[in-house]
Design a protein around this ligand. Structure first.
Ligand SMILES: Cc1cc2nc3c(=O)[nH]c(=O)nc-3n(C[C@H](O)[C@H](O)[C@H](O)COP(=O)(O)OP(=O)(O)OC[C@H]3O[C@@H](n4cnc5c(N)ncnc54)[C@H](O)[C@@H]3O)c2cc1C
Ligand code: FES
Length: 252
């Protein structure tokens, strides 16, 4: 797989510390599925390794990425202006699979929303959406999903339910009893662990998108391995066998 060159169309701040980046690609990425990601870098920037980002949206040759500034690479990216060249490698990784017989429930924490929005879009209002963040300042992340009526939790109580998104979801769990529910989630590891703890007794199927740190992104360096519950295959690479996993097959 070769890099695809692209030019930044816009790179705007959508909330403090969060950006939405739109890139016009020089050629097609082919078919993109919800949960897949790209490895991206700015060729003239100071960061050597590419960074992984979920494909937030891809339409008519325009790739959209939503990102949070956390370190050197994302800081550099946030300063890139319209017309800057970027290199993208993708689409990479395994994707979310949807069983239409199940009722989909999406649980997203913070920037984890960026990884799961394309699935929300594909489900076209059929999913119940639970979104958690620190405060109302991060609500703009939900921009394209507001039309699907997400339930919102903020840690400081400045908007919606006061508490974390797993507590909010717990309040709705009773109403889902006896129904064929499937959970799709992306967010901080502690959020995913809490979800696992909560749904163990209910044996609810759950697919999780893991945002492990990556170096090559192509299965070569084994820098992104995750412990599994399978004795025959105790480790899996997030970039190759993931980033979407069956929650019950990974050790968290
Ligand atoms: C499949 C996948 C999809 C992703 N999708 C998105 C996305 O859509 N939007 C987005 O904003 N981010 C996403 N990420 C995370 C993103 O790749 C990292 O935030 C980014 O690589 C950080 O680069 P940096 O140079 O700014 O930070 P660095 O300078 O490399 O690190 C800064 C700090 O962030 C921590 N850090 C870096 N990467 C991660 C990580 N993956 N998880 C937890 N902590 C980390 C480091 O330990 C360090 O403390 C995704 C990651 C993966 C694996
Ligand atoms: S990042 Fe190199 S194997 Fe996954």
């Amino acid at each position: 797989m070769d890099d695809i060159e692209g030019k930044i169309l816009s790179n705007s701040s959508i909330a403090p510390g969060y950006h939405l980046l739109r890139i016009r690609l020089s050629r097609s990425m082919g078919t993109v599925r919800p949960g897949q990601f790209i490895m991206m870098k700015i060729p003239d920037g100071g960061v050597f390794l590419r960074r992984p980002f979920s494909i937030y949206d891809y339409q008519q040759g325009i790739l959209t990425v939503m990102y949070k500034i956390v370190g050197k690479g994302t800081e550099q990216l946030s300063k890139a202006s319209k017309g800057t060249s970027v290199l993208t490698l993708g689409p990479l990784g395994r994707w979310f699979t949807v069983d239409r017989r199940n009722i989909p429930v999406v649980i997203a924490g913070g920037i984890g929303f960026a990884g799961i929005y394309s699935l929300i879009k594909k489900l076209q209002g059929k999913a119940s959406i639970f979104f958690g963040c620190s405060s109302k300042e991060e609500i703009p992340l939900l921009r394209d999903a507001v039309r699907f009526d997400p339930l919102i939790a903020t840690l400081d109580g400045s908007y919606g339910f006061k508490g974390n998104v797993v507590q909010l979801f717990k309040n709705h769990l009773k109403g889902l009893k006896g129904k064929n529910v499937e959970i799709f989630t992306c967010g901080p590891v502690n959020m995913v662990k809490s979800i696992k703890g909560l749904i163990v007794p209910h044996k609810i199927p759950c697919q999780v998108l893991l945002e492990e740190r990556m170096a090559c992104g192509m299965g070569l360096c084994f820098g992104c391995v995750m412990k599994t519950t399978d004795a025959e295959e105790p480790y899996k690479r997030v970039c190759k066998e993931g980033p979407v996993f069956n929650l019950w097959e990974i050790s968290l």
